[in-house]
Design a protein around this ligand. Structure first.
Ligand SMILES: [Zn+2]
Ligand SMILES: [Zn+2]
Length: 180
């Protein structure tokens, strides 16, 4: 898939929509959830993620690109390769929050009204956006190695202390299979 990226000569993107504002702070995200630096200072941009379930925000964070890259780098080689393969195989050329980027479900069709949205932003502009349904989030979680899950669990514990265990910065784990 080609990703030409924003044209540096044009202002580009759209204003960041309210749905990507911090629900807890009731304003746009201003600092990186991990390093605390001001998001506006990152010329390479940042990524906002929010997960919803039955109309409620269950998780939200914003990561500057260096923190995001570092976090993805901490995934095992095996996980990185599997995630890349998964995305190559499933990624549809759709943006926005109306349908899943990885399958044919629309937002109205997702199970338990549970989905995640991400916005790739620069300053106060949103350059790209995507929605992922709970089934696709679980499918991605399933292909991660144990090592990667532990690393990303640590991220959750460090950045969201005291939150309920189902409050995951990354897609929640698949429910253990009850099939014999
Ligand atoms: Zn950061
Ligand atoms: Zn999906």
């Amino acid at each position: 898939m080609s990703n030409p990226g924003p044209d540096p000569s044009a202002p580009g993107g759209d204003p960041i929509p309210d749905v990507l504002y911090s629900f807890y702070e009731e304003r746009p995200f201003v600092s990186c959830t991990r390093c605390g630096e001001s998001l506006a200072d990152f010329t390479e941009g940042y990524r906002i993620s929010k997960n919803f379930k039955r109309g409620e925000v269950v998780m939200e964070y914003a990561l500057c690109m260096p923190c995001l890259t570092r976090m993805l780098d901490e995934a095992s080689e095996e996980s990185k390769q599997r995630l890349a393969e998964f995305q190559t195989k499933h990624f549809r050329n759709v943006s926005g929050f109306e349908e899943c980027a990885l399958c044919v479900r629309t937002r109205g069709e997702v199970r338990d009204d549970e989905f995640g949205i991400v916005g790739v932003c620069q300053g106060d502009r949103m350059m790209d956006s995507a929605l992922m349904c709970i089934d696709c989030m679980e499918a991605m979680q399933e292909i991660l190695s144990e090592h990667t899950r532990k690393v990303w669990d640590k991220f959750r514990e460090e950045n969201f202390p005291g939150v309920p265990s189902d409050f995951e910065p990354f897609p929640s784990r698949p429910v253990p299979s009850l099939q014999e």
